[in-house]
Write a protein that binds this ligand. Structure first.
Ligand code: SF4
Length: 233
């Protein structure tokens, strides 16, 4: 049994796994360097602060009280089969398994499909601007492969787009939505950008951050193309 590195835990959430009361485990390590990362302490691989066996024992005590466990990060799939094995153990307790992923590991995602019940996949920007935001020039291609895998598997999933006005314009958003529409994606979550760490970066104003949410024409255009649109503001 390979040990996974867990760097954070939320014991109860109603927003991270749609429709389920869930706990969230934040796994250590991420191959990307998003400028807006809200968990920078998780990016560099290191020994996790949480003992996986103690977390597992705690999850056992939550059986019947929680419905799901979300694996987030960092990038939960960076730890490969160690993550999948731990997910399976948690699933065997009776929990539904959620996964938040940036899509950087399509091969691991393929192997995890039978163990995961629901996926939230980040689609962070247009292909042209992906590298600028995440600091990795193959990230878009890999995310796109992961999306194809989820579509082909008919998995329950949502595509999540964080609307950082420094990296997404309204026309970029429509370009992404058109791509998702063409690929038959059914659920998209549009998330308001929250400035956690803007030190040394171009700051954003509330009206820049809210422009997507306040534009009824834009909202209508998107609603016509995607069956379920969740506005997380
Ligand atoms: S993918 Fe997530 S954890 Fe990784 S750098 Fe980007 S925001 Fe941070």
């Amino acid at each position: 049994m390979r040990e996974i590195q867990i760097g954070g835990l939320v014991s109860f959430t109603t927003i991270d796994y749609p429709g389920k009361l869930a706990a969230v485990l934040f796994l250590v390590g991420c191959p990307l360097r998003c400028t807006y990362c809200s968990n920078p302490h998780l990016i560099t691989p290191h020994d996790g602060e949480y003992d996986p066996e103690k977390v597992f024992d705690w999850l056992k005590s939550r059986v019947g009280k929680l419905e799901g466990v979300v694996f987030s990060g960092g990038e939960a799939l960076m730890q490969g089969d160690a993550t999948i094995e731990y997910m399976q153990r948690v699933r065997d307790l009776g929990f539904a398994i959620g996964l938040h992923t940036n899509g950087f590991y399509p091969n691991v995602l393929s192997r995890a499909l039978d163990t995961v019940d629901w996926v939230g996949l980040d689609y962070k920007a247009t292909s042209r601007r992906y590298n600028e935001l995440v600091g990795n020039d193959i990230a878009y291609k890999l995310m796109s492969e992961s999306l194809d895998i989820l579509i082909a598997a008919n998995k329950s999933f949502e595509v999540r787009i964080t609307l950082d006005p420094r990296y997404i314009t309204k026309s970029d958003l429509i370009e992404i939505i058109n791509d998702l529409h063409a690929r038959g994606v059914k659920t998209v979550a549009l998330q308001k950008y929250i400035p956690h760490f803007e030190d040394g970066q171009t700051p954003t104003t509330p009206s820049e951050r809210e422009q997507f949410f306040n534009d009824s024409e834009l909202r209508e255009q998107i609603t016509k193309l995607i069956p379920t649109v969740i506005w997380r503001g």
